[in-house]
Design a protein around this ligand. Structure first.
Ligand SMILES: Nc1ncnc2c1ncn2[C@@H]1O[C@H](COP(=O)(O)OP(=O)(O)OP(=O)(O)O)[C@@H](O)[C@H]1O
Ligand SMILES: [Mg+2]
Length: 478
C-alpha cells in the first residue's frame, strides 16, 4: 500500500505551485473522486436492485397468469381471457397480451392495439412461440418509452396453447431516477464547495506557519539573529518553531561571542604594538643615548614582541582546535611520564619562586596526543605557579576512577572567587583586568579545548584564600 502511495507522483504542473495550492488541489481531487465514486456506486446499485425486483415480479405474475390463461384457452373462453388481461393490465403502465400459437393477437389490455400487425416482430413473442420464455428491455409500441417485458409460452401437458406477454413501463422509475441523480449531483457539488472552503482553511492553517517560518529563516539568514517565532498550531510545527528559535538563539550568542572575541583580539594586539611604537619613538628621540634607559626600552620591545607572538600563536592554536583542523595523534601515554615532562619544563620557574611539589601519580595509561596534553597541563601549571604564594607547594595527583583517568593540580594561592569560577575557561577572561599584563586569558580556554578534543572534561574548584584545584578527566585507554 505504502509503495503504491509513494508511486503516485505529484504532477509536474502542480509541483510549481505553492504548498497551499497543492494541498487544496489534492484535497479537492480526493473528495471529488471519492464522493462521485460513492454516489455512482449508490445509483448503480439502486438501479440494478430495482430492475432485478421488477423482473422477478413480472416473472411471478406471468407464471401465475399463464395458468389461468391456459384454463381459459382450453375452455375456449375468450371472454374470460379478456377479463383476465383487463383485470391485471393497467392503462399506460402494465400491458398484458395473449397470443394464439400462430402469433395472432387473441386479447390485449391495451384497446389501441391494432389487429393487423406482425406481432412476431415484438420483442420476446417469437422466442415464446418457440417454447422459450424471453425477458428484457424494449421500447413501447406506441409511447416509445422503455419497458421491461416477459413473454412466456402458455403450456398445458407439453402442448403450446399460446403466449402471454406482459410489459411494464419504466417511465416513472426513470423520472424518479433522474431526480435522484440530480440530487446526487447537487450533493456532490455541495460537498465539493464545502470541501473547498474547509480544505482551503486547513491548507491555509498549514501553509501559513510554514510561510512564517520561511520568512523567519530568511530574516535569520540575513543576519537578524535572536528573533523569536511564536506558532501555536500542531505539535510538529510547534516543534519545528522551537528548534528554529533555539537555532536563532544559538546564532545570536555565537554572533555575540564572535564580536567580543574580535574586540578582545584587536585590543590584545593593539596594546603591545602601541607599546612597541611608543618605545621605539622614545628611543629615536634620545633615550638611546642613555645606556640604562636604552637597555630597559629594548627589553620592553623584546617582551612585547614575544607577547604578541605568543598571542598570535595561541589564537591560531585556538582557532585550529575549535575548527577541528588539528589532527590529534593517538598514542599510549604513561601518565607519570607526562607529568614528569611538565614538571621539568617549569622546574626553573618553580625554583625561582621557592615552590615545592607533592606528587601522587598512580600507574595509569591513557590514549591521546602527548604534546597537546602536555600543553594543557602546562597551561594549568603555569597558572598555579603564577598564583601560588612564595614558598608554598603545588600538589599533583593522578589516579584511575572507574573508566576515567583523573589528574588534579592544586595550588596554595589566593584562589578564585565563586562568581569568577564559571567564566575562567572563556577566551580572554581574566579575573583581575588590572593584572592583565601577566596573561591574555587564553591559557585555560586552550586547555579546555584540548581536553575536550580527547573526549574529556575539565573542572575548577576553589576555596578563596586557600588555593584552586583544577581537575582533568580523560577516558582511560581501552
Ligand atoms: N590557579 C589559579 N589561581 C587563581 N586564579 C586562577 C588560577 N588559574 C586561573 N586563574 C584565573 O583565571 C583566569 C584565566 O586563566 P587563563 O589561564 O585562561 O588566562 P591567563 O593565565 O590570565 O592568561 P594566559 O594563560 O593566556 O597567559 C586568570 O586570569 C586567573 O585570574
Ligand atoms: Mg594562564
Amino acid at each position: 500500500m505504502r509503495r503504491l502511495l509513494s508511486s503516485i507522483q505529484v504532477p509536474i504542473w502542480l509541483k510549481k505551485h505553492s504548498f497551499h495550492t497543492r494541498l487544496l488541489v489534492t484535497y479537492l481531487l480526493l473528495t471529488a473522486l471519492s464522493t462521485s465514486l460513492m454516489s455512482g456506486y449508490l445509483l448503480w446499485s439502486f438501479h440494478s436492485y430495482f430492475m432485478r425486483t421488477r423482473q422477478a415480479d413480472l416473472e411471478n405474475w406471468t407464471t401465475a397468469l399463464s395458468e389461468s390463461a391456459a384454463d381459459a384457452i382450453e375452455r375456449q373462453d375468450l371472454e374470460r381471457l379478456e377479463l383476465l388481461v383487463h383485470r391485471y393490465g393497467a392503462p399506460e403502465t402494465v400491458t398484458l397480451r395473449i397470443f394464439a400459437p400462430d402469433g395472432r393477437l387473441l386479447v390485449s389490455s391495451n384497446p389501441r392495439d391494432p389487429q393487423t400487425m406482425n406481432w412476431l416482430e415484438v420483442a420476446g413473442v417469437r422466442e415464446a412461440l418457440q417454447n422459450q420464455t424471453a425477458q428484457g428491455l424494449a421500447k413501447g409500441l406506441f409511447s416509445q418509452d422503455d419497458r421491461l417485458y416477459v413473454a412466456r409460452p402458455i403450456l398445458r401437458n407439453g402442448q403450446l396453447l399460446g403466449v402471454l406477454r406482459m410489459s411494464l413501463t419504466l417511465q416513472q422509475y426513470q423520472r424518479q431516477f433522474v431526480t435522484l441523480a440530480w440530487a446526487a449531483m447537487s450533493a456532490l457539488l455541495l460537498t465539493v464547495i464545502l470541501c473547498t472552503l474547509i480544505s482551503d482553511q486547513l491548507a491555509r492553517s498549514l501553509s501559513k506557519p510554514i510561510q512564517t517560518m520561511r520568512n523567519f529563516a530568511i530574516r535569520l539568514g540575513s543576519g537578524h539573529f535572536g528573533d523569536k517565532l511564536t506558532i501555536r498550531q500542531s505539535t510538529e510545527l510547534d516543534q519545528l518553531a522551537i528548534e528554529l528559535n533555539r537555532m536563532s538563539e544559538r546564532l545570536a550568542s555565537l554572533d555575540r561571542e564572535r564580536r567580543v572575541f574580535l574586540a578582545n583580539v584587536s585590543h590584545e594586539l593593539r596594546t603591545p604594538i602601541s607599546n612597541i611604537q611608543v618605545t621605539v619613538e622614545a628611543l629615536r628621540s634620545g633615550a638611546s643615548e642613555e645606556p640604562a634607559l636604552r637597555d630597559r626600552f629594548f627589553q620592553t620591545i623584546e617582551d612585547e614582541t614575544r607577547r604578541t607572538a605568543r598571542l598570535i600563536y595561541d589564537l591560531l592554536d585556538l582557532g585550529r582546535l575549535e575548527a577541528g583542523v588539528t589532527l590529534l595523534e593517538r598514542q599510549t601515554i604513561v601518565l607519570r611520564q607526562l607529568i614528569d615532562r611538565a614538571l621539568r619544563a617549569v622546574e626553573s620557574r618553580m625554583k625561582a619562586k621557592g615552590l615545592s611539589t607533592q606528587l601522587a601519580i598512580a600507574d595509569v595509561w591513557l590514549e591521546g596526543d602527548p604534546e597537546r596534553l602536555l600543553q594543557a597541563i602546562l597551561n594549568i601549571l603555569d597558572n598555579a605557579i603564577k598564583h601560588s604564594k612564595v614558598d608554598s607547594s603545588i600538589s599533583i595527583s593522578g589516579y584511575r576512577q572507574v573508566k576515567q583517568v583523573v589528574i588534579e593540580i592544586q595550588d596554595q594561592g589566593m584562589g578564585i572567587r565563586d562568581n569568577d569560577l564559571p567564566r575562567i575557561f572563556e577566551q580572554f577572561y581574566t579575573v583581575d583586568p588590572s593584572r592583565k599584563g601577566s596573561g591574555t586569558g587564553l591559557g585555560l580556554a586552550i586547555a579546555q579545548r584540548i581536553v575536550q578534543a580527547h573526549g574529556g572534561t575539565i573542572a575548577a574548584s576553589s576555596l578563596v584564600g586557600q588555593g584552586a584545584t583544577f581537575t582533568i578527566y580523560l577516558p582511560l585507554k581501552s
